[in-house]
Design a protein around this ligand. Sequence first.
Ligand SMILES: *Cc1c(COP(=O)(O)O)cnc(C)c1O
Length: 396
Amino acid sequence: MTSQNLHAFLKGNLNELREQGLYNDIDVVESSNGPIIKLDGKSLINLSSNNYLGLATDERLKEAAIQAIQEWGVGAGAVRTINGTLSVHTQLEESIAEFKGTEAAIAYQSGFNCNMAAISSVMDKHDAILSDELNHASIIDGCRLSKAKIIRVNHSDMGDLRQKAQAAKESGQYNKIMVITDGVFSMDGDIAKLPEIVDIAEEFDLITYVDDAHGSGVLGNGAGTVKHLGLQDKVDFQIGTLSKAIGVVGGYVAGKKELIDWLKVRSRPFLFSTAVTPADAVAATKAIELLMESKELNERLWENGDYLKRRLKDLGFDIGHSETPITPCVIGEEKKTQLFSKRLYEEGVYAKSIVFPTVPKGTGRVRNMPTAAHTKEMLDQAIAVYEKVGKEIGII
Ligand SMILES: *Cc1c(COP(=O)(O)O)cnc(C)c1O
């Protein structure tokens, strides 16, 4: 017999979530995750992927991946520290370092486990971490795993950061103090105040850690938020993912060689979990090469983002204060937000609602992620649906 205790726990909690309308039924996409996707046999304009540059379905990457499978097989065969480091992995790491303007880089299986790996390799129970309250879940989990004291900082509040950094420093309780922030906050599309953060870090001798999952491929002509702001020499850890703008899968830390050397001997997902497949490594390397060669995709992403924002704003939607192509449409109440998203779906637009607990209660939104792969016609069609549904529900 299976556990009655577990059954009672699961049943009670699942029922509660369903009653509150917070249970997320997973949508299954029946096509590649391009600008048009198929669900339930129906074609929809896709405004929910993180495939910023359209690289997830790029022919050049597909070709490179197919060739890599022919040459290297489908799996790496062992963890990196035994003999699963193939030259495609070290080539990927060299490309990342060049792209980011750092001495070295280390690749992980995902952005999520990169944060689990990197934070806990350097920070321990004698240390403290100043963490923005809106940081990504993987940063929060990475901080917890390290056992360092976590000091929550009000979102992008530099007065609060300065005061808490000073208090932590003057307390004399901690060996090391780190400040961690997302480069771009994915729910609102705002950019971290990195120039002020690095100043505060210099003043109080903080380690700086920037997770640029949503900035890489997007800001700084693609190189990311840190380079966009000219701060490569002042940020210790530049984290990124290979699954968003890069279009494949994986995560990385870019930084000084001595940091990367340490992570290679101490970070547990690197030591105890097999690396990304050869096809992943080669496709991601190809994507980085394309971004270093040409700004074309990056420019198209921004054109599309600016266009969508301007048109939705003109229609009277509350698009928040995004500084990137991420375009939230803030609706407010959870049920209304879900209804809005459902009606968009019925009219042929896939834009997912994001509600509590992912964002604070009463700030439900539909988040739009335009990409370089969208045509003007697709965006115009989506905007016409927004207008129709917005009027119908009384949002505009
Ligand atoms: C998406 C995201 C991650 C996770 O990246 P994956 O490669 O999908 O695991 C980590 N950090 C931030 C800030 C993210 O937005």
